[in-house]
Design a protein around this ligand. Structure first.
Ligand code: SF4
Length: 395
């Protein structure tokens, strides 16, 4: 958004990186905030503080939580619903004309509209160049080459649903050239929901382009990608692929609308091993429909298929996800008081409480048969985390 705003030449813009705790936030006519549900308290506190300090400033919020619950931002001057690429430009025009509106909802169609790739100069170099690969010597950064996800997983709060819109290979190539020449980047971590396009020719063209860039990369793979594409990914510089499986039990995958087959994951893990690509498997503990022996089945799957790393999260029904929106369909009662990033923390923490780990309860029996109690779901997480740690599979 900063790159888009800067290109309009209508105002000066800077990013305040709140990871720099010492940085004082300078006065500005407009403050923009991005807010996902786990950020809510922090954003509200920050806005209150800045409003007191700079009473003339205007405060605009966007992001997933603002889109779902605009009423939570009554003390802000304006709320951007959905994507902000077009809305911010309109909004700045309106501020300059003295006619700022309470909310903006301007749809963006990435398949028809072009937006520049993000300039990294808004942040200091040490925030851009990091080491995201196993070797610290690889200077790396994150990139996003596509928007959207066509799936509808029950636990997922990603509000960029819908057809995938990919940037052109030329544009991606230009961005990689920019990262290499400006920052000496030799590794990129793709943040795309699905890193290898579904259509085979599109995938081949993309991978051939990446190959020509002589750069290492990692990304998130949709299980079931053909073997020849995994082989080509490796040739193009891919060193690591992550696969979202969520459960080793097909019934649980189906209830969650994950739309993959266990056999596809088995094949993709085998292909990664065959071509020397490091594999990361994502699992989610506590999904609806888990059988009593889910831990045993999970251990068996891991031992038989041997992913390099397993990242086990705990189900946290965040706003925007189908489970949060329709809990009765899953026979679940939600008990979330605050939206914290516990699904991530629980991957690594060893002292999570039951309340943090399982902020919900299933009715028993539920719509999908017999269910697990909160205590059982909690114990399962601890047992599986221990199993993974003992095998050094957590990181
Ligand atoms: S979890 Fe499912 S819906 Fe969410 S981004 Fe991944 S594939 Fe798409």
């Amino acid at each position: 958004l900063s790159t888009i705003i800067e290109e309009t030449k209508k105002c000066n813009i800077s990013i305040c990186d709140l990871r720099d705790a010492t940085k004082d936030i300078q006065e500005s006519d407009l403050f923009f905030y991005g807010c996902a549900s786990p950020d809510l308290e922090e954003v509200l506190t920050l806005q209150k503080m800045l409003k007191q300090k700079y009473p003339k400033s205007k405060h605009i919020v966007g992001g997933a939580h603002a889109t779902l619950f605009p009423q939570d931002f009554a003390h802000f001057d304006s709320v951007v619903i959905n994507r902000g690429e077009r809305a911010v430009v309109q909004l700045i025009d309106d501020v300059q004309a003295g006619s700022l509106k309470w909310n903006y909802n301007v749809p963006v169609d990435y398949r028809r509209e072009y937006y520049p790739y993000p300039k990294r100069s808004f942040l200091s170099e040490d925030k851009i160049v990091t080491s995201l690969f196993k070797s610290e010597k690889i200077k790396s950064t994150t990139v996003l080459f596509s928007h959207g996800c066509p799936f509808d997983c029950g636990f997922c709060a990603n509000y960029n649903r819908g057809a995938i819109a990919r940037r052109s290979n030329q544009d991606i190539s230009d961005e990689i050239d920019y990262l290499k020449s400006e920052y000496g980047i030799d590794g990129i971590s793709l943040q795309d929901e699905i890193c290898i396009p579904f259509k085979e020719q599109e995938a081949i063209d993309f991978l051939m382009m990446i190959k020509s860039k002589n750069i290492l990369w990692r990304g998130q793979l949709r299980a079931g990608v053909k073997e020849n594409l995994i082989a080509l990914a490796k040739e193009s510089g891919c060193v690591e692929l992550s696969i979202g499986m969520e459960s080793v039990v097909q019934k649980v995958i189906d209830i969650a609308h994950k739309n993959i087959k266990v056999s596809d994951v088995v094949k993709s893990l085998a292909d990664c091993r065959k071509y020397g690509v490091f594999s990361r498997l994502y699992l989610l503990n506590g999904l609806p429909g888990e059988p009593k022996n889910v831990v045993e089945l999970t251990k068996q799957f891991i031992e038989q298929n041997n992913p390099d790393v397993v990242l086990l999260s705990s189900l946290q029904p965040y706003p925007g996800s189908p489970i949060y929106n329709n809990p009765e369909r899953y026979g679940i009662t939600l008990m979330m008081e605050k939206f914290e990033l516990n699904h991530l923390r629980n991957r690594f923490k060893t002292d999570s409480t039951l309340e943090e780990t399982v902020p919900f309860e299933y009715s028993n029996p539920g719509p999908f048969g017999e269910t697990l109690s909160r205590q059982e779901i909690y114990d399962n997480l601890l047992e599986l985390q221990k199993f993974l740690r003992e095998r050094h599979m957590v990181k």
